[in-house]
Design a protein around this ligand. Structure first.
Ligand code: UDP
Ligand code: MG
Length: 320
């Protein structure tokens, strides 16, 4: 069995060398043939040069480099497209995904699981982040069409047929957690202790996490649109009832003037609600807009794969 390791890297020059040594040791220990594909996502700190040097010294290393930063989703997609293995492991370059787990993943894969998922514990995370994550997963599992699990990221082994399934999903807005869940297949989950980043910086600030969360909610269902329909219906019913009441009062007691508070509350409340609904509709239209442009997910600047150049295919989220 041939194994492909796909590693997206963005400004990881501090750790990439150490990462490569660590995974090479683990991969050699598995006694399976393997290749490592480094996808440089438009790094500006010399990651590309480091990766090219690693590739020059190690024939099992392949790499490609994007013309700019297209995002991790695009980098993973590129790696998956070029992966030749019977199984693919997706792994971060920052050593937060312990290379020691590769053996465990292969073992579970050998038992017939198409996806072997490593789930991190939340040890060491700030309490606020844990709280938001928990609430978010509760919400998304209530709403979205796919089931997502807290602590599950992109660190996983994917079998060839599951990779082929993933590659059929060509959407531009790639919410990979959802895509992995969407393809299905038998999956095994095991836990590992959360690891702190060893160097470089995480790309996740709170606003970015918020946007990512929103992406997840919107990418996999049209329930927000449904909610708008229900809310609108409910409000219309209330409005009709209120109108009837006003007419009755006017007919029986003549025109009475009070009602200022009701008026202002209704105007501001409904105004706000309408803006929110418009925003929801706008989000979906924005997605349609990006999909309809049919742009490639990424452009390749340099690679030791052949042939280099523009990789055809569907659309990766707008650069964020
Ligand atoms: N990454 C990438 N493109 C980006 C941002 C990140 O390829 O635009 C890579 C990064 O080099 C790392 C992985 O994605 O290998 C995870 O990134 P990070 O550690 O910043 O995320 P976190 O671990 O905090 O979720
Ligand atoms: Mg990380």
């Amino acid at each position: 069995m041939r194994l492909t390791l796909v590693v997206p890297c963005f400004n990881e020059v501090d750790v990439i060398e150490r990462f490569h040594q660590a995974v090479s040791r683990e991969l050699a220990a598995t006694d399976e043939p393997y290749e490592v594909i480094y996808v440089d996502d438009g790094s500006k700190d010399g990651t590309l040069e480091a990766v090219a040097a690693i590739a020059a010294a190690d024939p099992s290393v392949r790499y490609l480099s994007f013309s700019r930063n297209f995002g991790k989703e695009a980098a993973m997609l590129a790696g998956l497209r070029h992966a030749g293995g019977d199984a693919v492991i997706l792994m971060d370059a920052d050593l937060q995904h312990p290379p020691e787990l590769i053996g465990r993943m292969l073992e579970l894969h050998g038992r017939g699981f198409d996806q072997v998922i490593a789930r991190r514990t939340r040890a060491g995370d700030p309490a606020s982040r844990t709280f938001f994550a928990r609430s978010y997963y509760w919400l998304i599992n209530k709403w979205a069409d796919v089931e997502l699990m807290d602590g599950v990221g992109d660190f996983r082994l994917i079998s060839r047929r599951a990779v082929d399934g993933l590659l059929k999903l060509e959407e531009y807005n790639r919410f990979s957690k959802g895509l992995f869940a969407w393809i299905g297949f038998e999956s095994a989950v095991f836990e590992y202790e959360n690891v702190k980043r060893e160097g470089g910086r995480s790309r996740w600030s709170f606003p970015k996490l918020f946007e990512y969360g929103l992406d997840g909610l919107l990418s996999f269902n049209n329930k927000p649109l449904r909610a708008a329909v229900y809310m609108g219906t409910l409000l219309s019913l209330i409005a009709v009832a209120y109108a009837i009441w006003v007419v009755i009062v006017t007919a029986t007691q003549g025109v009475t003037m009070p009602g200022y508070a009701t008026l202002i509350a209704a105007i501001t409340g409904l105004g706000g609600l309408q803006m929110v609904m418009l925003g929801v509709i706008g989000e979906y239209i924005g997605r349609i807009y990006y999909e309809s442009k049919q742009r490639p997910h990424y452009l390749v600047k340099e690679t030791n794969l052949t042939p280099p150049g523009v990789v055809p295919g569907g659309p990766a989220g707008p650069a964020r």
